[in-house]
Design a protein around this ligand. Structure first.
Ligand code: NAD
Ligand code: DAU
Length: 336
């Protein structure tokens, strides 16, 4: 397959590219390289002829059109502003990238006669779930944060493109991903790296918010199955199947790392903080034959090992030095 990936220098997109290239697919990675785009994540494929990079902005139709080949097999649209806390500080970039950027991608994909458009969405579009409630594909969309609102709007444009123009689209909604190469602003990489350095771990509010965790490799397997076998126009949920409170997650993490619970530090709660996400993925299991392979404890242990072995990757993220990798490794390889 020839796949046009947006946001492939980020956490999930880079795992998807590593898997796709290993499977023999050819991939064009179209990425603006915001603070979240880290080309070190793609060091293992940079010299592979199946992989190429185009630096560009999904909001700019001319840049996308110049980069996207006619009739490529698929677009996989990861590019987004992804961090909820940043959307609370300022929503503008979220509206631009997540909403306008998705609309631009849909338009260009249609004109380029792309085979299939896989849109990467999130379980956050469903908003808070009650104690015994599970978010199903047909459930109401009730986003709580500006980030989730922008992802919800994007989904509506995907649906409209399928209905109005007959574009072959699939939407996936994934729960919290974790694993290697996640930027240390999100809970798990932040908590792991702080624990390893004996620094305090911020716990928002009472820490009893519930999230569902899926390993990024399992998620990307599901995405590749959705691309290959999903039904046009459908939505597929992807999750870990074991929602846990943030405190339970952090206690497990500290036990594995061997650090004291005194590192946990209560801080002011996130505004509008959703209490519980719980994504139901029975349809994905039934139709695509997928279920998560990695148990949370095994995946967390492996992720902690990765962060221990890659302390310099973390410190380059924190210092900003990861951006130098682009200058040294990619000179002459990219199209801008
Ligand atoms: P990330 O923040 O790690 O990476 C985002 C990538 O998009 C970066 O490489 C960045 O440079 C690129 N990008 C941002 N704006 C761009 C623009 N205007 N044009 C081109 N590229 C741009 O994100 P992630 O955590 O890998 O998430 C990827 C996708 O998955 C997002 O759509 C997100 O909403 C969704 N998602 C994430 C999670 C999660 O737990 N991380 C869960 C569910 C859904
Ligand atoms: O559910 C899917 C979503 O998961 C994705 O759509 C988002 O892109 C992704 O960022 C993630 O959103 P969350 O808000 O759930 O992830 P985050 O890692 O920011 O926070 C996880 C939980 O931990 C949440 O309840 C807030 C809390 N938290 C977070 C941080 C960063 C803390 O208690 N302390 C922290 O320092």
């Amino acid at each position: 397959m020839q796949i046009f990936v947006t946001g492939g220098a980020g956490f999930i997109g880079s795992e998807f590219i590593r898997q796709a290239v290993a499977a023999g697919d050819s991939v064009i990675n179209f990425d603006k390289l915001t603070y979240a785009g880290n080309l070190e994540n793609l060091a293992s494929v940079v010299a592979n002829p199946l992989y190429s990079l185009v630096v560009g902005d999904v909001c700019k139709a001319d840049q996308v059109a110049a980069a996207m080949p006619e009739a490529c097999d698929a677009v996989v649209h990861f590019a987004a502003e992804s961090h909820v806390d940043r959307s609370i500080l300022s929503a503008e970039e979220f509206v631009l990238t997540n909403v306008l950027g998705t609309q631009v991608m849909l338009d260009v994909a249609r004109h380029r006669k792309v085979g299939r458009f896989l849109h990467i969405s999130t379980d956050e579009v469903g908003g808070d779930m009650e104690a015994d409630e599970w978010f199903r594909e047909e459930g109401a969309l009730e986003p709580s944060s500006p980030y989730a609102a922008s992802k919800t709007a994007a989904e509506h444009f995907v649906r409209a493109a399928a209905r109005t123009f007959g574009l072959d689209t699939i939407v996936t909604r994934t729960s919290n991903n974790y694993g290697p190469f996640q930027f240390p602003e999100k809970l798990l990489p932040l908590a792991i790296s702080n624990a390893l350095e004996d620094r305090p771990i911020p716990v928002y509010g009472d820490g009893l918010q519930i999230r569902d965790w899926v390993h990024v490799a399992d998620n990307c397997e599901a995405l590749r199955l959705a691309l290959a076998k999903g039904r046009a126009g459908e939505t597929y949920h992807i999750g870990g199947g074991d929602p846990m409170t943030n405190l339970d997650v952090l206690h497990m993490l500290l036990r594995i790392v061997g650090k004291p619970e005194s590192l946990l530090t209560r801080v002011t709660d996130r505004l509008g903080h959703d209490r519980r996400y719980a994504v139901h993925f029975g349809k994905t299991t039934h139709e695509l034959g997928w279920s998560p392979e990695t148990t949370f404890e095994a995946g967390l242990t492996a992720t902690i090992d990765w962060y221990k072995a890659n302390a310099e990757w973390v410190s380059r993220c924190k210092s900003g030095d990861y951006r130098k990798y682009y200058e040294t490794m990619y000179a002459g390889r990219e199209t801008v």
